[in-house]
Design a protein around this ligand. Sequence first.
Ligand code: DAH
Length: 344
Amino acid sequence: MTIQEFVSQLDQLSEKATKAFADATDADSLDQARIAFLGSKKGELKAIQKSMGAVPKESKKEAGLKFNEVKGAIQQAFEAAQARLLGGSGSRVADPKFDATLPGTAFRVGRLHPITQTINELKDIMGRLGFTPAEGPEIEDDYHNFEALNIPRVHPARDPLDNFYLSVAGKTNDGALSDNPLLMRSQTSTVQIRVMEDTKPPIRIVSLGRVYRPDETDATHYPMFHQIEGLMVDENVTLADLKTVLNLFATNYLGNEVPVRIRPSFFPFTEPSVEADYFWDGRWVEFGGAGIVDPNVLRSVGYDPETYSGFAFGLGIERLCMIRHQIKDIRDLFTNDVRFLRQF
Ligand code: DAH
């Protein structure tokens, strides 16, 4: 097929389609015309697009441009007809299915929960820094929640009163013996282990999800909350990398340049460990823990700590969300009062 033939086919189609859309008198006839010309399977435009293969190579570019131009014009003609029939003043009566005498209904579009919105945004920010989202189970075993994270048997974090155990050490629910009882995970650090067990370095992941602790409920505590966990493992990863990532993260989420400060701390799974604070609203606000992944943790997943190092951090998502939106009581996020939720 010559380019001239191709162009003339398109011109004819354009004319035909425009006329059909303009002639449509109701939603049904418009829809039939739409299927005939713009239908993705048997539409005429689609057929012409297929014939583009027969145009000589040197004219392909011209053919493509012409095709897009005509496609745009046909689509515009369709939208104009649609506006005329469905939205235009007076002409609505042309649509037999539209009854102007029926009462109107207030239509409220739903929205995502503020925590879900926050999670999506944080994932996005971390994604731009090269961190891929990872997930782990909310029902965890003792090994991934504590043992592999270098948290010793006697550590107070393992206290039955501070965790939602689903079975007790030494006994499973069906009475069998187990050294690895199940619990609702108390931290997202578990995902560090799950990812490293399955992947070789280099690693850059971020995991956002629910964690559970039997805390007394008040304005800042809730027995279920969300954490964001970051993990980067590679050769020569240092605290400087950690601080840079935390700084970019906070600055992106909270707005203009947000200074970050790290203070010495202790976590069994990092060495050194730090507490990270952001400067916000004239004061330093604690956001969570971080540090350089402890060599014992790297060893527990079969990594060589002589070759690899990494940083990890874990921050509370509610706190980030509450700070940014000036929410004063964490309970407001979970009582599902639409008058509250509607504001976000
Ligand atoms: N998992 C800790 C918590 O829930 C927070 C944390 C501290 C996470 C240090 C980390 C880390 O990844 O390196 O309190």
